[in-house]
Design a binder for this molecule. Structure first.
Ligand code: SF4
Length: 478
């Protein structure tokens, strides 16, 4: 199936590979971008290029056009496909176009919230739903290879654990391999690998190696773009290095090469090199990374730029769960006393009642008002009509600015939301309640995207009449 796909071939061979990130930003002209593609295609050890799609929520070149240009110049594209600006229909059309163009490596991500044109944000799907859609198209014959993102560089328990839980969901949905967010902490690279090994998950993971300039370090030290972070100590070191005659060039390339060596030693499938488009620099990093591979443990000891109070799964003391609130306990008890998830007498009764209501629009309108009167103040409900509160520890996914239903995006910042930093990421609450209820494994269940046409209707009726989308009951329609 993947015979003509160099990236798949290399992954299947088990040989360490190198991918380069091509940032298709508006600051670079299209002509220049294509020139870069030609020069990168000339680096034998580069297997593919990640073509970004409006990275950091900023404007940029059309990634499909850039990917076509890269392919024509002999550089295999791994195109970033986000859920930011298109609904599921638009995304499917883009995938069909990619299939026609013979571009089959897709990096499926939710995407950064747009910085300027916030009205254009769509977020109809999340990354797990996107993987599931691509997997369906693959089953129908389009030979897509699906990569996904994961960030081990999360230093609080909920942020970190949920990244890994979500990665498991992505793999279960059909992802073939993962690429990490950037970070400068060998223990975290090792933690991710160990997490997967301990669970027998043998999917390849490629580690991010970002060539860190002083300017980039300054920006990332403020947590920008979302999910990227550089510690004050590393910023200080990079600033010092930038005082050298070469403005820190040799030091940053050496740091990148050492990170490549660490990834090799830890058993990663490859390195995803970003922060430079310069073919000579990339060639040097790759070669030096290979030379340093036998000393990878010494290199790992230097790659330790973490915050002071950092969570590591295997080393941090176990924190007791926080107590569950009264509301959670009441709702859970009610769910046990009146079970409706299976074909019980309660379900049959409520189905009949829902049918009766559904045939009477006025009654249904009144019920809709009752539902919102209860659920808006309690859960921040936005009447999406596809209620999954019971699958999300009674946290409403519509309160996430990206409407994600399957776990946090990569932009969480120590439990704070990427889009609205004044508020906690909603998934912190989901994780903490699931931990307290001993239901962490339940978080691995895929929650399909909602049927958007049900917005403003009674979710209770939709549930009992099977009109909605929920775990185990996906619906194709928008
Ligand atoms: S609530 Fe969490 S998942 Fe949603 S946008 Fe904010 S950080 Fe991302």
């Amino acid at each position: 199936m993947f015979a003509d796909n160099p990236l798949r071939r290399k992954l299947d061979s088990g040989e360490f590979l190198h991918m380069v990130e091509l940032v298709a930003s508006a600051r670079t002209t299209e002509e220049k971008l294509l020139e870069i593609c030609s020069s990168l295609a000339g680096v034998d050890a580069v297997t593919a290029a990640g073509i970004t799609s409006y990275a950091g929520g900023a404007s940029g070149h059309d990634p499909v056009r850039t990917a076509v240009g890269a392919k024509e110049r002999g550089l295999t594209p791994n195109i970033h496909l986000t859920c930011v600006y298109q609904d599921r229909r638009g995304i499917r059309e883009t995938l069909e176009e990619l299939d026609r163009l013979g571009i089959h490596n897709v990096f499926a991500i939710t995407g950064d919230y747009p910085k300027d044109d916030t009205d254009a944000a769509v977020f109809d799907l999340d990354s797990v739903a996107l993987v599931s859609m691509i997997d369906e198209m693959r089953a129908a014959g389009a030979p897509f290879s699906i990569s996904v993102a994961v960030s081990p560089f999360k230093y609080t328990e909920p942020d970190c654990m949920y990244q890994y839980i979500k990665l498991e969901k992505k793999f279960a949905a059909g992802a073939d391999f993962a690429i990490t967010q950037l970070g400068y902490d060998a223990r975290k690279f090792g933690e991710l690998k160990r997490y997967l090994d301990e669970r027998g998950i043998a999917k390849p993971v490629i580690g991010n190696v970002y060539v860190l300039s002083r300017r980039a370090a300054e920006i990332m030290s403020e947590g920008r773009p979302p999910g990227c972070w550089v510690s004050p100590e590393l910023l200080e070191r990079v600033t010092e290095e930038a005082g050298a005659e070469d403005r820190g060039r040799a030091a940053r390339l050496e740091r990148a090469a050492r990170t490549v060596a660490v990834l090799r030693g830890l058993g990663y499938a490859g390195a995803y090199i970003g922060g430079t488009h310069n073919a000579d620099q990339i060639r040097w990093i790759i070669q030096r990374g290979e030379e340093l591979a036998p000393q990878w443990e010494a290199c790992a000891e230097e790659l330790v730029w973490s915050p002071q109070a950092a969570f590591y799964i295997h080393d941090s003391p176990k924190q007791p769960p926080k107590p569950l609130g009264l509301l959670h306990n009441v709702l859970t008890t009610a769910g046990k006393m009146f079970p409706v998830r299976t074909e019980t007498v309660w379900r049959k009764l409520l189905r009949s009642a829902s049918r009766w209501v559904h045939r009477r629009p006025r009654v249904e309108q009144v019920l809709e008002k009752v539902e919102t009167a209860v659920k808006v103040p309690l859960f921040g409900c936005q009447a999406c009509g596809n209620c999954v509160l019971g699958d999300m520890e009674f946290v409403c996914p519509q309160t996430c600015p990206k409407q994600i239903r399957n776990g946090p995006c990569g932009g969480t910042d120590n439990g704070r939301c990427e889009v609205i930093p004044e508020q906690a990421c909603i998934w912190v609450g989901v994780y903490e309640r699931a931990k307290a209820a001993d239901e962490l494994d339940d978080l691995k269940v895929f929650i399909p995207p909602p049927v958007r046409s049900l917005k403003g209707t009674v979710s209770w009726v939709n549930y009992f009449l099977d009109l909605d989308a929920r775990p185990g009951h996906p619906k194709p329609g928008p």
